[in-house]
Design a protein around this ligand. Structure first.
Ligand SMILES: *[C@@H]1O[C@H](CO)[C@@H](O)[C@H](O)[C@H]1NC(C)=O
Ligand SMILES: *[C@@H]1O[C@H](CO)[C@@H](O)[C@H](O)[C@H]1NC(C)=O
Ligand SMILES: *[C@@H]1O[C@H](CO)[C@@H](O)[C@H](O)[C@H]1NC(C)=O
Length: 572
């Protein structure tokens, strides 16, 4: 090699080294990964501490892709508390024949201490007795029941709390909130044996729902090539392929959430452009399918059909035209209020909230309430129903055509007369959607981090239906990222209103079930317990309404949800 060549090679190398060091310095990466800042006073991270729900089904620590991903800034104590709220009893081994599982046809319920008359505000206790298909009483708990007191004539209903005695009997507890007649109804969503199946698939079978990534580029002849491959989240226990170099990984710098796709045949990893839902894989074994059979899912029990006669209490009169309620003290709607049980009730299809003094809004009141507001809704199709409902209600609020995906957004409506802008976008990956640009999928926590907030800003989010097939730690991590972002937002812009829409009922199978939804919902509520946000409970509103359970509740339910949302935004 010529002397001059060696010299220029050395200069070039030194130059490259200099820029490399400079780049590393600027990007701070040479110090190693920065720990996630903690939004609240949390305990320092403990090396030996890892989030684990079901240690026996989680993989060993060596299989963990990145231990830091499992530390979303929550203390061990807080995580313990959350895990306690997730506790669910049941059989300790798999039942292999449906005969031994709880039968919705034979299980029954009885009203305790039945009285000739009741008064508004009285508590009512109902005992549920679970039996298997042979008629033998069950000896363990874990059946997933939902109970309500209702009147078809009055279009009235209230959700009941079900306590599991862990011995095959359950106590359903109600408060009677309206005067008139009422009946009790109990349904079995899943037998305890079916819940065990759900539990087992929760941690071992996360890619039972999968996605496609679309890579776009050119072949050597210059023609356009599109290659699609399977994609999913990267998390403990989710392996797209055991082959080395199988996959492309896309880590979001701020959340450190990683999306992975199998490598396309010819195109490079950075050619990923679009995303869409993929499909479903049912990996249930034959005995599992037997106890999850839809014949035994979401079935009303035959039980005590005696009619309850409820008189007005001395202090209050509750009627369809006069929704004064004396059962609880009604506070003005403000952040940080807990969800009581019951959270409210329907009467003539109008929901009266026990959380706070919610109002009922006409179209004109709705426009007045939205005036001068910037409303950012992020979530799934159930919060998109709110976006659509508001546009239908306020005639001056016009939807813009942004030429984006109807299912993933972003969507926008504006009202220049009242100075309203209403936004909706999906909560980002994972999302089952028609084909949409990867660039349109933003994580909620990143979106919130980029918001200024302030007294005119209302931020609404919901998240659960697209997370039911993953280990709970994955959902928890996402929730804690959002919590961190919300806490920071409320610190820099204290007047901002943050509303969280809870899960609603709807799904009943191995891919999504109310039982999964309930678990995710508990994580969400616990995580935001000490944060000044409004938790808008729609779980009870959907579980006790007479309309057929649907992941997308009917307009009458949405109207009542929106009334509470608006009551949070405009308490007087
Ligand atoms: C960390 O974990 C170890 C072992 O479980 C425990 O002895 C120690 O007290 C923990 N430290 C903190 C700060 O929680
Ligand atoms: C189940 O437990 C409850 C509460 O401890 C008790 O009242 C009830 O008698 C028990 N029932 C049976 C069948 O053991
Ligand atoms: C509502 O009830 C109160 C008594 O609690 C009564 O004074 C009032 O007139 C009622 N209003 C309507 C609209 O029925």
């Amino acid at each position: 090699m010529a002397h001059a060549q060696i010299k220029s090679f050395v200069i070039l190398s030194l130059g490259l080294l200099f820029f490399l060091v400079l780049w590393l310095y600027i990007h701070d990466d040479w110090k190693g990964a920065k720990p996630l800042p903690r939004p609240l006073q949390r305990q320092p991270r403990n090396q030996s501490y890892r989030i684990a729900i079901n240690t026996q089904t989680l993989r060993s620590p060596e299989a963990s892709p990145a231990p830091a991903m499992n530390d979303p800034g929550l203390g061990a104590e807080e995580w313990d508390r959350i895990q306690r709220t997730l506790h669910w009893g049941g059989p300790d081994h798999q039942v292999t024949t449906a005969t031994m599982s709880t039968s919705p046809d034979i299980s029954t319920f009885i009203i305790n201490d039945f009285k000739d008359t009741y008064h508004v505000g009285d508590e009512l206790h109902v005992t549920i007795v679970a039996k298997d298909f042979t008629g033998a009483p069950k000896r363990y708990g874990g059946d997933f029941f939902q109970a309500k007191v209702y009147s078809d004539k009055l279009k009235a209903s209230v959700f009941g709390e079900v306590l599991d005695h862990q011995n095959g009997t359950y106590l359903a507890r109600f408060t009677l909130p309206w005067a008139g007649e009422a009946s009790v109804a109990v349904r079995m969503i899943h037998s305890s044996e079916a819940v065990l199946v759900l539990k087992q698939h929760q941690n071992t079978d996360p890619d039972r729902i999968y996605f496609y990534g679309f890579f776009v580029g050119k072949n050597p002849q210059g023609a356009r090539v599109v290659e699609s491959v399977e994609c999913n989240v990267k998390w403990d226990g989710l392996v797209l392929s055991t082959q080395r170099n199988c996959c492309c990984e896309y880590q979001d710098a701020r959340t450190r959430l990683t999306w992975q796709c199998r490598k396309p045949r010819s195109l490079p990893c950075d050619a990923l452009v679009d995303h869409s839902a993929g499909g479903y894989r049912n990996r249930m074994t034959a005995p599992e399918k037997a106890v999850m059979n839809s014949k035994y899912v979401d079935r009303w029990l035959k039980g005590d059909a005696r009619l309850l006669r409820v008189n007005p209490s001395i202090a209050t009169i509750v009627s369809a035209s006069n929704a004064t309620i004396g059962v609880t003290v009604r506070e003005a709607c403000k952040p940080g209020l807990p969800t009581p049980l019951p959270a409210g009730f329907y009467l003539m299809d109008v929901w009266t909230s026990f959380v706070c003094g919610a109002r009922h809004f006409t179209a004109i009141d709705t426009a007045k309430c939205l005036k001068d507001k910037h409303i950012y809704i992020m979530g799934d199709s159930t919060s998109r129903q709110w976006f659509d409902f508001l546009i239908q209600t306020v005639p001056t609020l016009k939807r813009m055509n942004l030429h984006t995906s109807a299912q993933a957004g972003p969507l926008l409506a504006v009202d220049t007369q009242n100075n309203i802008d209403l936004h909706w976008r999906s909560h980002g990956l994972p999302l089952r959607t028609t084909k949409t640009s990867m660039s349109a999928l933003h994580y909620v926590s990143n979106e919130i981090d980029d918001m200024v907030g302030g007294p005119h800003a209302v931020i609404v989010f919901n998240m659960w239906a697209h997370f039911t097939n993953y280990p709970l730690t994955f959902f928890a991590y996402n929730v804690f990222l959002i919590r961190r972002a919300v806490v920071a937002l409320l610190r820099r812009a204290p007047g901002t209103k943050v509303v969280i829409k809870t899960a609603n009922t709807g799904y009943k199978d191995i891919f999504g079930s109310d039982w999964f939804s309930m678990q995710l919902d508990r994580i969400l509520r616990e995580a935001f317990r000490d944060v000044e946000v409004y938790i808008l409970d729609v779980w009870q509103m959907t579980a006790c309404h007479y309309s057929r359970d649907n992941i997308h509740p009917p307009p009458v339910v949405i109207k009542n949800e929106i009334d509470i949302l608006l009551s949070f935004m405009c308490p007087q």
